[in-house]
Design a binder for this molecule. Structure first.
Ligand code: BES
Ligand code: MN
Ligand code: ZN
Length: 485
């Protein structure tokens, strides 16, 4: 799919030949004098069209436009949220296998958030997963022209939004693939494929190398499966070697059965999404490859299956992590923190300016925040603020959760330095407290994306979150003084 941005007035946009023209009308819209604008104004005046977000009026082959279909779509106050809702509704109304070319015209000049929202809503609304279908219904939409009078001043925002789409779609692709089509080995190959882009290199470690590193916690999870583990190290080098990198760590459990502490059967298929953290790291690197910012970023992905065979780790087993800390594995279903802790220790070698881990870590986070906001944890005020702001800008929201030491009480045990689970109460926070023990050496944040990374039910599928947030955060670090994390 190819996006283009042009400085066109509404009437100019209406004279572009295309399969559909979406006219985005906000509350503040003031019509121009030409015939097409008059048509829109008349429809609004008569109440057939409305600027309220999500209201649409569809026309077919009006002589006033070269577009086959015209949809007048309300985008309310023109905010990102309402533009997203308006574009989604308009696109759904013309969802047609004939829709190859689309023009999205802002009736009044677009703001930066509005343009970003329109690009991402068009991508989301036309996305189609095909990899494991025998008769794939591939995305039909080929060209998308965004038309707004002030296009020149929006060029940079537009380019960033289009690059984020590429990253989000790579993340969706890998997250949506079933576990037998997205093994740790295949994830490693996907990461290696990213290294064909300039400035990116990739190294994939296997069981032998990981054993040599002493990642006893990660290995304990992997030992219950016949599928070999992979530890993926991605490097994006856009700045001088002397510039400290940001490290992203993505949970890459390609299937989480729970292990011996096995999960119930209902909806267990959704545990193929337990590598959405890893997918978001791959997606973010895809976007970096596109934008080539002057920063350094490391991506770490500990990837394995959480299954159960005769060698599987058992409740009560004690393992030694790479940090030297011993861990009593009371519940084999709390495996995410076990693979992440060794990756967090590995991250120390990069002397990072900050480390952000991204993980579908706890059902408790879904209970706390639902699917709207990712859980965000950090004891570093500047880092927390930077992530929160990035989420707002990208409309990929997160919400800061607490890290009081009292939440770690339940992790105490007589048989090791730490247990891998506490009680049910505050489960997302005790998981974060577990991870925090491995992050003394650098500013650290944790994103629990268990609720935000995919949708359940009829619209089951990955969302590509939080690629938008991560990209926005990383690009902001390019301009921030080194003290501000
Ligand atoms: N991958 C799951 C978390 C999860 C569960 C994400 C449901 C999305 C939906 C994680 O590995 C897990 O199983 N966590 C346990 C932890 C518990 C045993 C302390 C959980 O949340 O139940
Ligand atoms: Mn689990
Ligand atoms: Zn898991």
């Amino acid at each position: 799919m190819n996006f283009e941005l042009k400085p066109l007035s509404l009437v100019e946009a209406a004279s572009e030949k295309c399969d559909a023209l979406l006219v985005l009308v906000s509350d503040a819209h003031k019509p121009a004098k030409d015939g097409f604008s008059a048509l829109v104004a008349r429809a609004l005046k008569d109440g057939d069209a409305h600027s309220k977000a999500g209201k649409i009026l569809a026309l077919y082959k009006t002589p006033l436009s070269q577009a086959t279909r015209v949809v007048i779509a309300g985008v309310g106050d023109g905010s990102a949220k309402q533009v997203r809702a308006g574009v989604a509704a308009a696109l759904a109304s013309v969802k047609s296998d004939k829709l190859k070319s689309l023009v999205v015209a802002f009736a009044s000049p677009a703001s930066e958030p509005a343009l970003r929202a329109a690009v991402s809503a068009v991508a989301d609304g036309s996305y189609s997963y095909t990899t494991t279908k025998s008769k794939p219904e591939a995305r039909v939409l080929q060209t998308v022209l965004l038309a707004t009078g002030n296009a020149a001043e929006l060029k940079a925002v537009f380019e960033r939004a289009v690059a984020v789409v590429a990253g989000v779609e790579l993340a969706k692709e890998w997250a949506n693939r079933p576990a037998n089509h997205a093994t740790p080995t295949l994830l490693g190959k996907a990461a290696q494929a990213l290294a064909k882009h300039g400035k990116i290199s990739c190294e994939v470690l296997g069981p032998k190398e990981v054993a040599k590193l002493g990642m006893g916690s990660f290995m304990a999870v992997a030992q219950g499966s016949d599928e070999p583990l992979r530890f993926i190290v991605l490097k994006y080098s856009g700045a001088a070697k002397s510039v400290a990198p940001t490290v992203l760590v993505g949970k890459g459990i390609t299937f989480d059965s729970g292990g011996i502490s096995i999960k119930p059967a209902a909806e267990m298929d959704e545990m193929k999404f337990d590598m959405c953290g890893a997918a978001s790291v791959l997606g973010t690197f895809r976007t970096l490859a596109e934008l080539k910012p002057a920063i350094n970023v490391i991506g770490l992905i500990p990837s394995c299956e959480n299954l159960l065979n005769g060698r599987a780790v058992k409740p009560g087993d004690v393992v030694t992590s790479m940090s030297g800390q011993t861990i009593e594995i009371l519940n084999t279903d709390a495996e995410g923190r076990l693979v992440l802790c060794d990756a967090l220790t590995y991250a120390e070698r990069f002397k990072p300016r900050a480390v952000v881990d991204i993980a579908t870590l706890t059902g408790a986070c879904v209970v706390a925040l639902g699917s709207v906001r990712s859980g965000m944890f950090s004891a570093n005020v500047a880092l927390a603020e930077a992530l929160s702001t990035a989420g707002d800008v990208a409309q990929d929201l997160c919400w800061q959760m607490p890290l009081d030491d009292e939440y770690a009480e339940g992790l105490k045990t007589s048989f090791a330095d730490v247990a891998n689970v506490a009680g049910r109460a505050g489960g997302a926070i005790s998981a974060a407290k577990f991870l925090q023990r491995f992050t003394d050496k650098y500013p650290w944040a944790h994103l629990d994306i268990a609720g935000s990374a995919w949708k359940s039910g009829a619209a089951k599928g990955a969302t590509g979150r939080p690629v938008g947030l991560l990209v926005e955060y990383l690009l902001a670090t390019a301009n921030a003084p080194s003290s501000a994390k």
